[in-house]
Ligand binder design. Structure first.
Ligand SMILES: *[C@@H]1O[C@H](CO)[C@@H](O)[C@H](O)[C@H]1NC(C)=O
Length: 266
């Protein structure tokens, strides 16, 4: 009798171990590598104390900002709005789309905005035509941030080819380089890969002279620089590393330096 119970219990234990093993190694949505967060440089954290908050209570989870030629400020929200703040005016609801995944935006030199949607791809948004798809979700899994060059080329990040905005934590847990930097040619309508194997490709910016591109690798706490012109054309190096957080969006400042937003990764 006692030995029967022991047999039953040990069979049960073995069954549980087998079930857990299958669950973890077969059904797991991730195939992780160890995530090595580099040591961060020391940074003063008192600079944000004196900021003025714009749009508090008006913008739901705003992701990015840009200015058009008239100096109107635009931002996108997670309830699908592009809202704008004209100089000396109040916030206006500008354009709306049924989406809760709008991310990076930039003002186009030809008028209107270019907007990333982490689910639907890349859009052009104008006063007259509203939202027009440039690159759909089948060509970009997770469009994240975008910049337009003066020759009309549009560079944008595909944060990760594997996961989506709502399971982005899995991409961090997996810590594999599923991201890429893409280029959209509006003349030929073609999308090409500029850089592959990025550890969550996030913010994208062009230098003032458009001689290089920057792209954030959030999970690596660093920003890469990809040269578009000059002796280093086609080469990629590290622009800044050991940041005290994960770099998110990047915007060029008028003096040629860059604003880089940092997120707490862990
Ligand atoms: C997505 O874009 C590609 C390339 O332009 C096109 O071939 C494909 O039909 C589009 N898919 C959808 C669902 O619109």
């Amino acid at each position: 009798m006692a030995s029967n119970i022991v047999t039953i219990i040990s069979s049960f234990v073995i069954a549980v171990i087998v079930a857990l093993t299958v669950q973890i190694f077969y059904f797991s949505p991730i195939d992780p590598l160890p995530l090595q967060i580099p040591p961060s440089s020391s940074a003063k954290h008192n600079q944000l104390k004196n900021i003025i908050k714009l749009g508090e209570g008006i913008l739901k989870d705003p992701e990015d900002v840009c200015f058009d030629k008239e100096g109107t400020l635009y931002s996108v929200t997670r309830d699908g709005w592009i809202k704008r703040l004209p100089r000396n005016g109040d916030w206006e609801n500008w354009k709306h789309i049924d989406s809760n995944t709008l991310l990076g935006i930039t003002a186009s030199k030809h008028g209107g905005l270019i907007v990333c949607d982490a689910t639907k791809g890349l859009f052009k948004v104008t006063e007259e035509d509203g939202f027009t798809v440039l690159v759909n979700g089948s060509q970009a899994n997770f469009a994240d941030d975008v910049i337009e060059a003066s020759d009309g080329s549009i560079y944008f990040s595909d944060a990760t080819k594997k996961h989506g905005l709502h399971d982005v934590h899995l991409d961090l847990l997996e810590a594999r380089p599923h991201g890429q930097l893409l280029k959209y040619n509006p003349t030929s309508n073609e999308v090409s890969v500029v850089l592959d194997k990025l550890h969550f490709a996030n913010g994208v910016a062009l230098s003032k002279d458009e001689d290089y591109l920057l792209v954030s690798e959030t999970w690596k706490s660093r920003v890469l620089r990809h040269w578009l012109k000059g002796a280093n054309k086609g080469k990629t190096d590290i622009f800044i590393e050991n940041l005290p957080g994960g770099p998110d969006n990047i915007n060029l400042a008028p003096d040629g330096s860059f604003w880089i937003a940092l997120v707490s990764v862990i």
